[in-house]
Design a protein around this ligand. Structure first.
Ligand code: SF4
Length: 179
């Protein structure tokens, strides 16, 4: 039984803006999202152990996802001076990634078998060892939701979590599949 209230309080104390229950049955795995990775829009394709193709085929990713029924969806929401405020966007992304890793460390003690999927590829190391040497932290690497074929807006909508908070805001989303 997941203590959603306790985890929400913990996640928010670590800096996350929203921590809500995730019904894993609502997650759609969409090949077209994975195809965006192959188009190398984020420059991580074939460049990181947590990105395609190293993270496995979309079928293998879906098989992992379907082992879970409940989890958490988390967000960090930032404010921008205007829609061109890239500095604040990047800073919010940095903060979200930091929040995501801190909460992941906490959850690792409660749910050692969890699947944690972040926003963007694994950036735990300054430079990924891929493909010349094994991953430095195979127990800690995290793929992105998109690498697993998830459309973040769909997962948010299906779990009653807004994705857009109005003009001059930016939201970064990640999830943890727990049990
Ligand atoms: S933990 Fe380091 S080596 Fe492993 S995937 Fe992440 S960045 Fe690459």
């Amino acid at each position: 039984m997941i203590d959603y209230q306790g985890l929400k309080e913990k996640g928010q104390s670590l800096g996350l803006t929203y921590v809500v229950p995730l019904d894993c049955a609502t997650i759609q795995i969409l090949p077209e999202v994975r195809d965006m990775c192959a188009a190398d829009k984020c420059h991580q394709y074939n460049a990181n152990w947590a990105a395609p193709p190293a993270c496995g085929t979309i079928e293998e990713c879906e098989k992992r996802v379907r082992q879970y029924s409940r989890g958490l969806l988390v967000q960090t929401v930032g404010e921008l001076e205007d829609s061109m405020d890239y500095e604040a966007m990047m800073e919010t992304e940095r903060i979200h990634k930091e929040n995501f890793v801190k909460f992941d460390e906490y959850l690792s003690r409660l749910y050692p078998g969890r699947l944690s999927l972040g926003c963007g590829c694994c950036t735990r190391c300054e430079t990924c060892t891929y493909p010349d040497a094994p991953c430095r932290f195979p127990q800690k690497l995290t793929s992105s939701m998109e690498a697993y074929g998830m459309l973040v807006t769909q997962v948010c909508q299906s779990n009653q979590l807004p994705y857009y908070y109005g003009e001059n805001t930016i939201a970064y989303t990640s999830c943890y599949l727990l049990e």
